[in-house]
Design a protein around this ligand. Sequence first.
Ligand code: ZN
Length: 131
Amino acid sequence: MSFQNNRFSEKELEKIKNCLREQSVRCGRQFLNFKQSLATHQEHKEHRSEDLGGCTDSGAAAFNQHVEVGISKVYSDLVYQIDRALVAIDARTYGICENCELPIGDRRLKAIPWATKCIDCETGRTPQLRN
Ligand SMILES: [Zn+2]
């Protein structure tokens, strides 16, 4: 399928690349902020649980760990997807679904520039990430 190779100009691809790199950096930063706020939250909880007789201590810690693991998976998946999109740009396959090889819709690419699958293939598997 080579009919899509000229879908984006060099200039457009360069712009998308920059946008994706920015997104990747922003994503990493957000994750750090999140981890920090979780740590702060945990400290507050520990203080509060003293007042409550310390009954929720281990439960809260387990919950926070659970949340942290879940969120880090979301972030690492996102960073991974952004990387794949960057690779696709270099391989000139950006905008083509890596699963069914059909073009990914313009609206979808605008909303999710790191999409490497079309909406049909994506929704069959994982839910979309929202900002
Ligand atoms: Zn597809």
